[in-house]
Design a protein around this ligand. Structure first.
Ligand code: CO
Length: 145
């Protein structure tokens, strides 16, 4: 059904977007990654992301990935999430074709972002988080393709 679809004329094609990864908050990486290894998936080496106070691994699944996140500090967003809601799905990450343009569009529309600016993460990738309040209760991460 196409009846409900709307798109700004300058917007990019659907095919330029992708689910980059699903972020999962866990108490223990070692424990959490075991299920994926048992399934026969390969798990990346552990990496620490200082600015987010997390240790993480990536599990490639087809064209997407699972990101397992363990807090390295009580002040980490992941530690706070687990304290409040327990382990589980933490965020959904979409790869977008033009991140600065997307952020500008969202801000103009009054969408609430977790931080005002696009951040640079491990490996130089650029990202921003949309607040769950503006995304149907889901913490939405956007990364530059
Ligand atoms: Co993520």
């Amino acid at each position: 059904m196409n009846s409900g679809r709307t798109r700004a004329s300058a917007a990019p094609e659907d095919s330029m977007f992708q689910i980059d990864h699903l972020g999962i908050a866990v108490k223990s990486l070692a424990a959490a990654k075991a299920i994926y290894e048992k399934l026969g998936l390969s798990v990346s080496p552990e990496e620490t992301v200082e600015q987010e106070q997390v240790r993480m691994v990536m599990v490639p699944v087809g064209e997407s990935r699972l990101e397992l996140l363990e807090a390295t500090s009580e002040n980490s967003a992941i530690a706070k999430f687990i304290a409040k809601r327990g382990e589980g799905l933490h965020h959904v990450c979409l790869k977008v074709p033009d991140l600065p343009a997307a952020v500008e569009r969202l801000k103009k529309d009054g969408v609430r972002l977790v931080s005002e600016d696009v951040k640079t993460g491990a490996g130089g990738h650029r990202y921003v988080f949309v607040h769950p309040e503006s995304a149907g209760g889901v913490l939405l991460e956007l990364v530059q393709a």
